[in-house]
Design a protein around this ligand. Structure first.
Ligand SMILES: O=C[C@H](O)COP(=O)(O)O
Length: 249
């Protein structure tokens, strides 16, 4: 069965609540699609107004992070139940910016993955190598480790619903997109890794996005690769171009 494409915008730390609503209103008519799942992953404080503003559209709302505990004395954190209660369906986990600036590790990402599934949230688990790792030829060893630890104790049934975002760190926010061949090669190997950990059926079901300077000019080539099922888009998700990326065909 063909995998359904999924194009998600990661707004990162951009847009106040009122700006968020204005952006949703601008993008709403542009991101209509019958064939593509469209997700807006927004800052925590924007979630409630964005859920409200996207009602009745094809747009799903995602969070950019969450904590792995149910509730309690974890000042500043957001629980999975808070997200689901607010109408969130997706959650970005282990973005490289969180790994770099907020000390996220493969182990904490794994805890978050398990908790997200427990609450019926769909994780978009990010992985990707640095430029140094690519130059040293250890890209796949590194990514395989991120994927294997991230999916530890995740069942095959859960894994089938997961989204993995391959984001080479050197391509994020740099304007330097990975070539379609580079992106396809890594996404295919991630799928192979999932097949080794689980089975072919699970590997065939999991959706793998590419992320890193995706724009309206590069989306069509990238998203038409065999193992690339859409994109996780940063900068270009904050402008009208996002509509062109969703409707890349
Ligand atoms: O999550 C999105 C990625 O970090 C890509 O960001 P970018 O499209 O601005 O390069």
């Amino acid at each position: 069965m063909a995998r359904r494409k999924i194009v998600a915008g990661n707004w990162k730390m951009n847009k106040t609540p009122s700006e968020a609503v204005a952006l949703v209103e601008e993008l709403k008519p542009l991101v209509k699609s019958e064939d593509v799942d469209v997700v807006f992953c927004v800052p925590a404080i924007d979630i409630i107004p964005v859920v409200e503003a996207t009602k009745g559209t094809n747009i799903k709302v995602g969070a950019e992070n969450m904590y792995y505990e149910e509730s309690g004395a974890f000042t500043g954190e957001i629980s999975p139940a808070m997200l689901t209660d607010a109408g969130v369906e997706y959650v970005v986990l282990g973005h490289s910016e969180r790994r770099e600036y907020f000390a996220e590790t493969d182990e904490t990402v794994n805890k978050k993955m398990l908790k997200a599934f427990e609450h019926g949230l769909t994780p978009i688990m990010c992985c990707g190598e640095t430029l140094e790792q690519r130059e040293q030829g250890v890209t796949m060893d590194f990514i395989r480790q991120q994927v294997k630890i991230g999916f530890l104790n995740v069942t095959a049934e859960q894994a089938k619903k997961a989204v993995i975002a391959y984001e080479p760190i050197w391509a994020i926010g740099t304007g330097k997109t990975a070539s379609t061949a580079q992106a396809q090669e890594v996404c295919a190997d991630i799928r192979k890794c999932i097949a080794e950990v689980y089975d072919e059926a699970t590997a065939a079901a999991v959706r793998i996005q590419y992320g890193g300077s995706v724009n309206a000019d590069t989306a069509a080539d990238l998203f038409s690769q065999n193992d690339i099922d859409g994109g996780l888009v940063g900068g270009a998700s904050l402008k009208a171009d996002f509509g062109k990326i969703v409707n890349y065909k």
